[in-house]
Design a protein. Sequence first.
Lengths: 314, 359
Amino acid sequence: MRRAWFSQAALLAATGLALWFFASNTAHNLETRKIASGFAFLWREAGFEIGETGAIAYSAADSYLRALGIGLWNTFRVAATGVVFATLLGTLLGLARLSPNWLLAKLAAAYVEVIRNVPLLVQLFFWYAMITENLPDPRDALQPLESVFLSNRGIAFPTPWSTPALVGFNFAGGASLSPEFAALLVGLVTYTAAFIGEIVRAGVLSVGRGQVDAAHSMGLTRRGALRYIVLPQALRLIVPPLTSQYLNLAKNSSLAVAIGYPDLVSIANTTMNQTGQAIEGVAIIMAVFLSISLSISAFMNWYNRRVALKGLRL
Amino acid sequence: MKPLLAIPAALALMLACPAQAQSTLEAVTKKGYVQCGVNGGAVAGFSAPDSQGVWKGIDVDLCRAVAAAVFGDASKVRYTGLTAQQRFTALQSGEVDILSRNTTWTITRDTSLGLNFVGVNFYDGQGFMVPAKMRATGLKGAAKAVKKALKGESPTGGITSAKQLNGATVCVQPGTTTELNLSDYFRANGMTFKPVVIETLPEVLNAYFSGRCDVFTTDVSGLVSSRASRAPKPEDHVILPEVISKEPLGPAVRHGDDRWFDIVKWSLYATIEAEEMGLTSKNIDQQAASKDPGVQRFVGTTGDIGKMLGLDNKWAYNIVKQVGNYGESFDTHLKPLGFSRGLNNLWTKGGLMYAPPIR
């Protein structure tokens, strides 16, 4: 007992010492190289514009802090929407792979294998090019519905307050989704859904064949068996790996920088370059993603405890 | 992802030995080559690998000049291709000895980034490129063009001034002075715009050429170079007359090593001075025999200028012999792309290129 206590204390001390060494060494190097440090820059004027701010007011005269906040909001918007759609599409895919319909099952299998095995970055470039190369200029925008305009500037649609109209270069009024947001969302959703599909499939398969047979013999339909017998039991196996996929989706959203979506990483990159304070910028990115990931984990762990079989420790 | 390469560089700052044991010159001499940070996005005329993979351009020539001065051999350079975002950290952390990557000299960078700019090797300014014609496709477009022609307007609807860009979508690369100048210009003129910020040059150009943006903005040199080397049809794009900023591009070295600072600075000046003296890679051997005391000092026949820099006395001779003077670099790399000397001509010919006396 005493020895265990001693070794733990030694480990703690060693970790602390290492952290202190890195911190003081970094500070010293920054000092001798006359590189500015600290977070005071957050309150200085950012001076750069942001392409889409998700309905939050922002101008170049605002502070770096506000700019980073917009970036965080953009990351959050795409990650949250992505998680919802990826779960829906992934569940459909997983069930489709188990479908007795041969064609449907094979199509779903082909989808999973293709999407899973192509790097996400390449897929993002693909979706972005699809949108910007194939859609017309705003002047020749497609109009699938009244006051809905589809062009290589994205999709502009009316709100209860205003309708979009072409003014000069672009559509003004209404609300709009940019090609960057659309490409990133589609890329993240299709990619993550392939993994979620496999998780759902594995979860469903883990429920014993006997359970399904029993359900059928009780007179439940296929749908009813799925709804009341299979899914509740599958869910407790699905939730933990699903959490990892949500975390992956949130972290992969940082690839946004490659196709010009102004997410947190993109804004932090610009900030780092304007201020030259890379360590602070990277620290902010790390802290934010750590918080997002830990929040998702905490929520999913709570949910996992709720769906887990009571009294059964697996 | 590329921007996250900033992390290793930041780590390097954490791990680097607290005391820099040796000067940059000693370190460079010991390893036998100059490590030079250039533009990894391949900007034709400034730094881009040719078909054989050999780096070429005026930024590359600066690195070669320093190698010629230090080693008497212009080929003793190794190149690191850097993005706009990696460049300062790469220099700060000691990954490269010189940053020669069409970088604008500003007071913020000079004072807060731990680096020193040694001079200017290209006077530039930010400009805008737009499609020459409004993309009039289909019947609707043709009808609009006819309507405009009837009203006496230009039927192509072409933009002729940056003042007409209100509401435009602008493609721009991040982490550059370009982004700030762009915001300043539109704010000052009471106009709005939507930026599309994409990191790498090929991707941002794709977005512009595909019509995602109405405008592409960067330094005029970059516009000329991109239009000549990357546009599907260069004649379809025009560069607007407005130049909205001063962009003196020049090499930089780490703060605090004055010897190395001097070497890089005077290597740059030697190429400018050589042009002014009429010394070229072709005629320097012949000129070295002349009785002109200025030339004799320059080539190291008399005087100890090289020694003062801690180098061989033939340092400047080697630069001109192996790399050529500034005008030769310009003519080799930039003239074929359609650049004219303009501000980058010698001060004696109406430009800004001026070297303090080498004596």
